[in-house]
Design a protein around this ligand. Structure first.
Ligand code: DSN
Length: 421
């Protein structure tokens, strides 16, 4: 940050502050992670200066030989990683990737069937205020009330009765395995297309720790910055037969110039995800989530669906304190240096701004090198904070202990990790 320090000390101080915050707190937001220095460097490279509307060797502007090379590399690497025929690495985000799929495969007013947002789905899967809920006719499926799992028989009946044009599967807060093979069969039986949005679990899928939708879904979309541990962005994958329609849907359909610094950083992250180290990382993410879940259950907290198969845990606060909301609990945790988000739980009596749950994820702590021992400690702190009634002394005491643990596990992309601060 030498130039930034000199030219704009005000912004430099803000960036340093954020880096300190990341280093000194525990990041348990399930959708966040810490990228490698290589991904970070590429994101901040000269590729940010280049306009490259179009696709490799078919650009609107000149001077794209290096840009073409990096986009082709990103595409080749992600196709290898997920075993797919086609990928478009230009979407700016996961939602942009979904918009492009809808634009390529649906007409306004077509029926889509996605998971309810309040049962763990995503805004772009048909939420009424989102473009997806306004542009298309939406039917939603959810989880069973008794075990909080997707009921595949019920989903099949609903799909056969509703005959949507597209079944959308994937979630932001579902702690269990998604059976893509069963979902693919349901989609075929109902005669509809299937989109698997694997934004949360992409890293686990890439590493073979979660079943893959490849071969079962017509379209796969993902973000690149969650368990996949790349820069912010999105990707679409499909069979080659969809290539032309999807390419046109992304550009010129919904985007202009691609963010080439982000695409180059995606290439770096996909290269990292192809390594044996990354496969171990993904296994550790899941083992850590299990260790966190088991310790929370031992402390008397109820988890949605009773536990986890993936990287996240949804804790039902009512199980120990009927009066504690997710909004209040996440505030106490933040004061203690534990960063998590309030999250609705299935059949939540509280509104989304309050919620009865908190969502906890292990991707970022696992990237810092933490293991089961640290997860048990983190669970003990969470239990202590949530049982404290918000007592300031307790929160400060935990905050100090959290700081000590953080200093032993610096964020890998930070200067602290290199011993420079
Ligand atoms: N905001 C993301 C999450 O936290 O899951 C989903 O887009």
């Amino acid at each position: 940050m030498i130039a930034l320090e000199r030219i704009d000390p005000e912004v430099a101080e803000i960036v340093r502050g954020e880096q300190r915050r990341q280093n000194e707190t525990l990041e348990l937001i399930a959708s966040e992670n810490h990228t490698s220095r290589a991904v970070m460097e590429t994101s901040g490279s000269c590729l940010t200066d280049k306009y490259a509307e179009g696709y490799p060797h078919r650009r609107w502007y000149c001077g794209n030989e290096h840009i073409d090379a990096v986009e082709e590399l990103a595409v080749a690497r992600i196709c290898k990683l997920f075993g797919v025929e086609y990928a478009n690495v230009q979407p700016h985000s996961g939602t942009s990737a979904n918009i492009a799929v809808y634009l390529a495969a649906l007409e306004p007013g077509d029926k889509i069937m996605g998971m309810r947002l309040d049962h763990g789905g995503h805004l772009s899967h048909g939420m009424k205020l989102n473009f997806s809920g306004r542009q298309y006719e939406v039917v939603s499926y959810g989880v069973r009330e008794d075990d909080e799992l997707i009921d595949y028989d019920l989903l099949r009946e609903q799909a056969l009765a509703e005959r949507p044009k597209m079944l959308i599967v994937g979630a932001s807060a579902y702690p269990r395995v998604l059976d893509f093979a069963a979902l693919g069969e349901i989609a075929s039986e109902a005669g509809c297309l299937m989109l698997a949005d694997i934004a949360h679990i992409a890293g686990l899928v890439a590493a073979g720790v979660h079943p893959s939708p490849a071969g079962h879904a017509d379209f796969i979309t993902t973000t690149t910055h969650k368990t996949l541990r790349g820069p912010r962005g999105g990707v679409i994958m499909a069979r080659e037969e969809w290539a032309k329609k999807l390419n046109v849907a992304v550009f010129p359909g919904i985007q202009g110039g691609p963010l080439m610094h982000a695409i180059a950083a995606k290439a770096v992250a996909f290269g990292e995800a192809l390594s044996e180290d990354f496969r171990k990382y993904a296994r550790d993410v899941v083992e850590n989530a299990r260790a966190l879940a088991e310790s929370l259950v031992e402390a008397g907290w109820r988890l949605v669906s009773g536990g986890t198969d993936n990287h996240l845990v949804l804790l039902d606060l009512r199980s120990r304190n009927e009066d504690l909301s997710g909004a209040e609990a996440s505030g106490w945790l933040e004061a203690a240096g534990i960063i998590a988000n309030k999250n609705g739980i299935p059949f939540d009596p509280r509104p989304p701004i309050q919620t009865s749950g908190i969502r906890l994820g292990t991707p970022a702590l696992t990237t810092r090198g933490m293991g089961a021992e640290q997860m048990r400690q983190v669970a003990a702190w969470i239990d202590k904070v949530l049982s404290s009634g918000g007592d300031e002394n307790t929160l400060s005491e935990v905050r100090r202990e959290v700081g000590e643990l953080c200093s032993r596990f610096p964020v890998p992309n930070s200067v602290a990790a290199e011993g420079n601060v």
